[in-house]
Design a protein around this ligand. Structure first.
Ligand code: HDD
Length: 687
């Protein structure tokens, strides 16, 4: 699709009910006269009012006072977790009616569309943290349904660290920078985090997930999303099933490697938001399928884990995932603060047809989100444009700081006679929310359920499901993270914990971080099962939207490169021309190319693959810079192609015969095909 077609398609998809609602709040300041907030036209916005040319400023300067007083209050508290995030609008389309499972309005008809807003985030870092730090990614979606907002506030990992919300502040205090020196920013590689893990066995499975490549994703477009908790779906007959929600990216699940992630943090700390923003602007809309796993009410106890325990996943081999719809993100926000920063997501926002379970972590979350949003955004946060539902909403809530809906009439209470008892309530048969009447009984206790006590079987299942390459990355991640822990006993306690999951892994980590292998009394889990869907090696591999750095100099073969560029664009590979300086470079046939970035302004780690073309008067500096690109891409297992002088440069490095390295003096069609297939494969681990 050409860029122009993409733009047209984009415009078509832009308007949905939510965007229409937001448009009423847009303000375009172009070509307008500047005024104060009171509407008084401003004659001079560069000088304060002062007594004489060199005299003191005057307090009566209402323009200055308004400008500075507003500026002084521009910041609101950042989210205490998930502070750094990035959002986009989109639409969710239901594949087929799910009325047998749920009466949720947005899942009733094939083709039914619902506006959505998604905020992706990282957990630990402050608002200004670099985006490729090792961390869980938040994947939070607000569905603006015709029966109210449904929020799916999940992460890119299907389980969580803890089983009960009361431990959340402890987890986060341990994870955040240490309070005595506020170091390190956005990272888990420090003593208090690993002290928490080593002291809380329930975190064992999550520990394995966060040490895997899942926590260094390639982009927000290539992460999975999980609702994590067990929810209920309830249909019109009142029948309920247990359910887990999953998002699966259409491009497959892809990650960076650690060395690359660290370098990207320096080369482009905004790597993930830039990727999302650019792709949406270019019309390459990110897509994710929504899937559900369903367990019938009567099967609740048929599994070797408790389905209410948020530290457990439901293996897809045991509980299959059914895809029920697709979300397409097709519009960037107009204003990051007004939309992304002020959006208030909450797992407690559910609609008829969806309900909670007794998962203690979910129940704990239900309190925290409204509380934090009232503090962070203010009492009337639900009235802000981004948070309003698209369906009518009426009630007797009144007043509070910064309320801007103007409720008419004298009545603000229920029941009443004066307003005909309106706004009125409706029964479930007319769409009123009725809580699923699940049976609850028991003594009031503070304890962990015995069925929540197996912390190692699924940690082992995860380890068993990893390929050799993934296992080696996990070992490397542990070695890095624990290698940054100062207190040897903390390292030892984590190594002992790993010993319950895999003794060989624990022994290898112990060797790397200078402590003892786990004591003989520590028994390794005897689980032998694996779950192939957990391995990233079993995901989809496509060339679409991957970035190719193309190194070109003056005098390059114009015809060959032009046809190659065409072929790349046909499969939606995105070429970026890199050379010594910005401006144009000229081919042997007089064609010209615009340079997108220079060796100085970009970095090899920002691209998924490399094509070295060169030119006919390459100097030593050019060859040196190209050599850096080749070496870096090679070390990161990425596809490399070389044509013309580029082929010679690659040969000189002695890597021409290695997997994923393709060369051709003239840039033949066969070479183009091989290179594109190599790009789709993304990494050549067998190098
Ligand atoms: Fe949470 C934000 C995801 C457990 C308390 N959480 C927040 C966000 C995501 C998650 C994606 C950012 C939403 C946005 O983009 O605005 N949280 C999770 C998941 C959890 C989880 C998947 C476990 C399954 N969270 C959790 C617990 C508690 C909280 C157990 C407290 C008891 N989370 C919060 C919070 C935040 C938050 C403090 C900070 C900002 C906000 O809510 O709006 O209330």
């Amino acid at each position: 699709m050409s860029d122009q077609d993409n733009q047209q398609e984009k415009r078509k998809q832009d308007d949905n009910k939510k965007i229409d609602q937001l448009k009423k709040f847009y303000r375009d300041n172009t070509d307008k006269i500047m005024t104060t907030d009171e509407g008084v036209k401003i004659s001079n916005d560069e000088n304060t009012l002062s007594a004489g040319d060199r005299g003191p400023q005057l307090l009566e300067d209402f323009m200055y006072r308004e400008k500075l007083a507003h500026f002084d209050r521009e910041r609101i508290p950042e989210r205490n977790v998930h502070a750094r995030g990035y959002g986009a609008h989109g639409v969710f389309e239901c594949y087929e009616s799910q009325s047998d499972l749920t009466k949720a309005h947005f899942l009733q008809k094939a083709g039914q569309q619902t506006p959505v807003f998604v905020r992706f985030s990282q957990v630990a870092g402050s608002k200004g943290a670099n985006e490729t730090l090792r961390d869980v990614r938040g994947f939070a979606t607000k569905f603006y349904t015709n029966e109210g907002n449904f929020d799916l506030v999940g992460n890119n990992i299907p389980i969580f660290f803890i089983q009960d919300g009361i431990k959340f502040p402890d987890l986060i205090h341990a994870l955040k920078p240490e309070p005595n020196n506020e170091i390190p920013q956005g990272q888990t590689a420090h003593d208090t985090f690993w002290d928490f893990i080593g002291s809380n066995e329930e975190s064992a499975a999550m520990m394995m997930w966060i040490m895997s490549d899942r926590t260094i994703p390639r982009s927000f477009r290539t992460i999975q999303g999980f609702g994590v908790h067990t929810f209920r779906l309830v249909n019109a007959e009142g029948k309920s099933v247990f359910c887990k929600f999953h998002w699966r990216p259409v491009l497959g699940i892809h990650s960076l490697i650690w060395n690359e992630a660290q370098k990207i943090g320096g080369a482009d700390p905004d790597f993930h938001r830039r990727d999302l923003w650019e792709n949406i602007e270019q019309g390459f809309y990110p897509e994710y399928e929504l899937g559900v796993q369903v367990i019938e009410e009567g099967q609740e106890f048929d599994f070797d884990f408790d389905i209410l325990d948020a530290t457990k996943l439901w293996p897809e081999e045991e509980v299959p995932l059914q895809m029920i719809g697709k979300m397409t993100l097709n519009k960037n926000v107009e204003n990051v603060f007004a939309e992304t920063e002020q959006v208030a997501l909450h797992p407690g926002n559910i609609v008829p047809g969806i309900d909670f379970t007794n998962d203690p972590l979910l129940q704990g979350r239900l309190f925290s989100y409204t509380d934090t949003q009232i503090y962070r955004v203010g009492t009337n946060f639900k009235q802000l444009p981004i948070n309003r539902p698209v369906c009518p909403f009426h009630n007797n809530h009144r007043d509070g700081s910064q309320r801007y809906i103007i409720d008419k009439g004298q009545v603000a209470y229920h029941q009443n006679y004066l307003a005909g008892n309106t706004p009125y309530t409706v029964p479930g048969s007319q769409g009123g929310f009725v809580t699923y009447p699940s049976l609850v009984e028991g003594l009031k206790v503070r304890k962990t359920a015995p069925s929540f006590l197996d912390h190692f079987s699924q940690a082992r299942l995860f380890w068993n499901s990893m390929t050799d390459v993934e296992q080696s990355h996990i070992l490397q991640a542990f070695s890095f993270e624990l290698g940054k822990v100062n207190v040897p006993e903390v390292r030892q306690r984590v190594v002992n914990l790993i010993g319950h999951i895999s003794r060989p892994l624990a022994t290898a980590v112990a060797e790397q971080v200078g402590v003892e292998p786990p004591d003989k009394s520590i028994k390794q889990s005897d689980v032998t099962k694996s779950s192939p869907t957990l391995s990233l090696m079993n995901t989809k591999f496509l060339p679409n939207t991957l970035k190719v750095a193309i190194i070109v100099g003056n005098g390059y073969g114009g015809n060959a490169l032009e046809s190659l560029l065409e072929s790349l664009k046909e499969v939606e590979l995105k070429p970026y021309i890199i050379s010594e300086r910005l401006g144009e470079i000229t081919a042997d046939n007089g064609d010209t190319l615009n340079v997108d970035a220079t060796f100085l302004t970009t970095s090899p780690v920002l691209y998924d693959g490399l094509l070295v073309v060169g030119g006919d008067h390459i100097n030593d500096q050019f060859a040196y810079e190209a050599g850096n690109f080749i070496t870096e891409q090679f070390n990161h297992y990425k596809p490399i192609g070389g044509m013309e002088e580029g082929a010679t440069l690659i040969q000189q490095l002695g890597i021409a015969n290695r997997p994923g390295v393709f060369i051709s003096q003239s840039g033949s069609r066969q070479f183009t095909r091989q290179f594109i297939d190599g790009m789709a494969k993304q990494r050549f681990w067998d190098r």
